[in-house]
Design a protein around this ligand. Structure first.
Ligand SMILES: Nc1nc2c(c(=O)[nH]1)N[C@@H](CN(C=O)c1ccc(C(=O)N[C@@H](CCC(=O)O)C(=O)O)cc1)CN2
Ligand SMILES: NCC(=O)N[C@@H]1O[C@H](COP(=O)([O-])[O-])[C@@H](O)[C@H]1O
Length: 190
């Protein structure tokens, strides 16, 4: 049986797409049972729907963080999700939500954690004069970007790089790293 995975997105959804395309292969140990977004305008929703994956979307605006998270949690459980992956999900999740998915939730972050937690990671690496940046897949804990790192890919910083040109190259590495790391993660339990 393939592991059932729910994906949370906030926008473009290219990491979600990379996970979805990888899941099309018979050898892939997971299947995506739901794509949920905190923004009904998230472009990734259209992509998931076109691929026949169930979706759910609701704006978090006007709701308390935990209240909104309970709505998402209910949708994930209703879809039969056994794991949750965050793919460009730009909301801090409540401790209650995280506790409900302890050791069953992953996130992709565009830095070499523990360096540059939070936002604007590429500009921080450039401003620091680093030679390399990269991305990390980590288990999600209630502390932001603080959970155990499962895998990373280093990406060389090139002369003349801007935050955007660096982000574009790191995104390529993210797409490769996330599906492979998720496959290893769900296989370890089985
Ligand atoms: N409890 C946790 N929640 C989330 C984690 C985590 O490790 N623990 N990872 C993040 C993903 N993320 C970085 O990888 C991240 C997401 C959101 C923010 C942030 O500052 N969000 C603000 C609002 C920003 C906005 O709406 O544009 C907020 O939530 O108030 C920083 C880093 C996902 N959640
Ligand atoms: N702090 C979380 C964060 O910054 N996540 C980053 O947002 C982008 C989402 O792209 P996508 O929507 O195309 O997957 C990705 O680069 C991801 O690492």
């Amino acid at each position: 049986m393939k592991a059932k995975v729910g994906v949370l997105i906030s926008g473009r959804g290219s990491n979600m797409a990379a996970l979805l395309y990888a899941a099309k292969h018979p050898s892939c140990p997971y299947e995506i049972v739901l794509v949920a977004a905190n923004d009904p305008e998230a472009a990734g929703l259209t992509l998931a729907q076109a691929e026949g994956v169930p979706t759910f979307a609701q704006s978090h605006k006007g709701l308390k963080r935990a209240e909104f998270d309970r709505i998402i949690d209910a949708q994930l459980r209703r879809a039969g999700a056994e794991y949750v992956v965050l793919a460009g999900y730009m909301r801090l999740l409540s401790a209650e939500f995280v506790a409900g998915w302890e050791n069953r939730m992953l996130n992709i972050h565009p830095s070499l954690l523990p360096k540059y937690k939070g936002l604007d990671t590429h500009q921080k690496a450039l401003d620091a004069g680093d030679s390399h940046a990269g991305c990390s897949v980590h288990v999600v804990t209630s502390e932001l970007d603080d959970g155990p790192v499962l895998a990373q890919t280093e990406v060389a910083i090139l002369p003349g790089d801007s935050a955007d040109t660096l982000a574009a190259r790191i995104l390529i590495a993210e797409h490769q790293l996330y599906s492979r790391t998720l496959a290893d993660f769900v296989t370890r339990d089985r």
